[in-house]
Design a protein around this ligand. Structure first.
Ligand SMILES: [Fe+2]
Ligand SMILES: [Fe+2]
Length: 344
């Protein structure tokens, strides 16, 4: 029986709903302060048990039954993410499952990425923990920014001072005395703050490697892959750039699946992959992601979608079929070109 299964059924019964007080505390925008207040008020243990129970009974995409490496500290972080924002919590779990599945399976040429990681002496726990916690910094982003539905154009052009209400601005100044969110920032720029906040919180918890990986999961700082080496290390952990790319890909894949929901038809799945490939091309040209891992990943995703397409058939219109074929063609071309480059 593992640590989660030891929960008694009456504890599960008692903690099914989050407490309103705990929910309010998680709006405070700073992880150490939230953790301290939840502890001081005696609310944390029950919430952590509730989240453990939830993850034990969740569907396969959100289940953490096999994540036996999670410590109490990890569960506390996950609990605060869950209390703060359900979408971020689901995305964090999905990122972990997507990444885990990909690194454990046999890819092209018999490559199993988890073996590469282990050969380099990096524990899989570090990577998995990074997947689960890469977005913990989102608890620093006020809800009215995090859940802002402004379209891409507005989010990139308009400044917070023009978009927020007077009440929201007052609230922002209250929870952000250090001024991380200048009112001159756009929503897109304000959202970027979460990457460095994830790093700060994970370092604060003593997770330096996880913090490092989280700090490049969008790579807003445009760190080139050759500079991606774990800090404070005696060993040559050359796998860190590959792990970083893996986290990035799993994160993008999950984010795209969330955007494309319901993610069920073949067209949606191919479109998602096509857009992923388009985004990755630019990153690849700038040297921001590892080409080998990216090729293995895309090639595997392509195979999965292609086999599903053959299995299901497709009753598409002529236009849809043409779009479908165009996207498949571009994906195939990308894989072919990358394979050629990587084999050199
Ligand atoms: Fe993120
Ligand atoms: Fe993410």
């Amino acid at each position: 029986m593992n640590h989660i299964e030891q929960l008694s059924s009456n504890v599960l019964e008692a903690v099914r709903e989050p407490s309103p007080e705990a929910l309010a505390i998680c709006e405070k925008g700073d992880y150490p302060a939230i953790r301290k207040e939840l502890e001081d008020k005696g609310l944390f243990a029950a919430e952590v048990e509730r989240v453990k129970a939830k993850c034990l009974t969740a569907d396969e995409k959100h289940n953490l039954k096999e994540a036996e490496f999670l410590t109490e500290k990890d569960w506390q972080i996950l609990t605060v993410i869950e209390l703060y924002d359900a979408v971020t919590f689901d995305h964090s779990l999905e990122t972990y499952h997507i990444a885990k599945e990909k690194i454990e399976k046999e890819l092209d040429n018999g490559v199993v990425i988890s073996n590469l990681i282990k050969e380099e002496g990096v524990s899989l726990e570090t990577f998995y923990r990074s997947c689960l916690m890469h977005d913990v910094g989102k608890i620093s982003i006020p809800k009215f920014i995090l859940n802002n539905k402004a379209d891409v154009e507005i989010s990139h052009r308009s400044r917070l001072k023009d978009l927020l209400t007077a009440d929201q601005i007052a609230k922002l100044l209250e929870i952000d005395p250090a001024g991380k969110f200048s009112l001159e920032k756009t929503i897109a720029e304000a959202m970027q703050v979460h990457e460095s906040e994830s790093k700060r919180y994970l370092e604060g918890e003593g997770y330096n490697r996880e913090a490092f990986l989280a700090s490049t999961h969008h790579n807003y700082g445009r760190v080139r892959i050759e500079e991606m080496r774990f800090p404070v290390s005696h060993t040559t952990l050359h796998i860190s750039d590959k792990i970083s790319t893996l986290l990035r890909l799993a994160d993008m894949e999950s984010a795209m699946r969330q955007k494309a929901r319901p993610y069920k038809d073949d067209m949606g799945k191919v479109k998602t992959l096509y857009h992923l490939v388009e985004d990755l091309k630019a990153d690849m040209d700038r040297g921001l992601i590892d080409p080998m891992v990216t090729e293995l990943w895309i090639s595997d995703e392509y195979k999965i979608r292609h086999s599903e397409r053959v299995k299901h058939g497709h009753g598409a219109s002529v236009e849809e079929q043409a779009e479908f074929d165009m996207m498949i063609g571009k994906i195939e071309q990308f894989i072919k070109e990358q394979k050629g480059k990587n084999e050199k």
